[in-house]
Design a protein around this ligand. Sequence first.
Ligand code: BYC
Length: 356
Amino acid sequence: MYGNDFSGPEEAPGGGLLGEVEAAETALREAAARQRSSPAAEPGVDLAAYFTDVIAADQKIEPRDWMPEAYRRTLIRQIAQHAHSEIIGMQPEGNWISRAPSLKRKAILLAKVQDEAGHGLYLYAAAETLGISRDELVELLLAGRQKYSSIFNYPTLTWADVGAIGWLVDGAAIVNQVPLCRCSYGPYARAMIRVCKEESFHQRQGYEILHTLSHGTEAQRAMAQDAIDRWWYPSLAMFGPPDGDSTHSEQSMAWKIKRFSNDELRQRFVDMCVQQAEILGVRIPDPDLRWNDERQAYDFTQPDYDELLRVIKGNGPCNRERIAHRRRAHADGAWVRDAATAYAAKRADQKEKVAA
Ligand code: BYC
């Protein structure tokens, strides 16, 4: 089942996230048209007041603008963690490229994993606009001094895990990232527009894999359900600690980096998944999941936040393996970086000679 003959998650009730991305893109363009020129060069301007005004007016802070040091540090932390997640996130699915069940599945998965590499690159580029280099960020990741999403420290045991990652992990990522399209920092917001559009395709491909399995043989249905059972709670934990324990949320929301709290987004994700699970014909592994008429939302069992902390601290099932693999891949790629640097130097030299 390929193409538009398939009712994917966006068409399912509670979808429509792509519409929000479109709206955010329009808002970004309008904000760019309204943008005042940076006052940095004008003498006597109160730069801190300008920063506050821009945030209050829902305009974008751009790299040329003055910004509080803590705002810059928060963005570097979050964007770097996001970029590292995209790069480390290639590993669990990359594990299945050579074992995908058909040539078509292989090609799709290969394209998806390549997209994740691209997302990592846009995000490193966005972080670089804040005055840190990609080399430094990579070093911080490899030294274990910057984090990446907890979710990528779980193993992919069967082909159905690729479906579950697409549906649940990419689904959670989109719910988290659509509001980031309205982040106050221009380069991050712009990167998110494209990332969300691509993530939407990723979610759809995962959903379609699960749809095929859940309408297949008994063994295929069991494999799909087993993957969902294992990925459900780690996906809920992707949204971070509960609001009461979230150290950065309050300040990040005041700066309009984050637009919703961790718990608000987690709730939104659960509400969306329940309806999609019904269409898929799979069970969400939570006996206490039920509609709450008063809250107009589903009650659900929270993920195990002690487990989240353990995984964040480096003690998840695959943390060591993931970082060891990344270090190896980085070392293996040294010759490419050396060759690119030598080529750039040669080109610069040639240009200088032509200009002379
Ligand atoms: N995992 O104060 P809080 C993808 C940390 S990749 C690890 O709530 P904040 C994909 C948090 O960093 C998608 N760490 O933090 C790729 C903080 O620690 P530090 C990845 C976590 O920043 C390939 C501490 O806990 N998405 O889609 O306000 C294939 C306290 O938390 C986690 C992003 O990166 C976690 N789950 O909110 C397939 C989205 N949760 O830094 C798919 C961008 C929390 O003080 N990031 N921590 O040492 C965000 O939206 C926010 O940073 C978070 C956390 C919601 C994750």
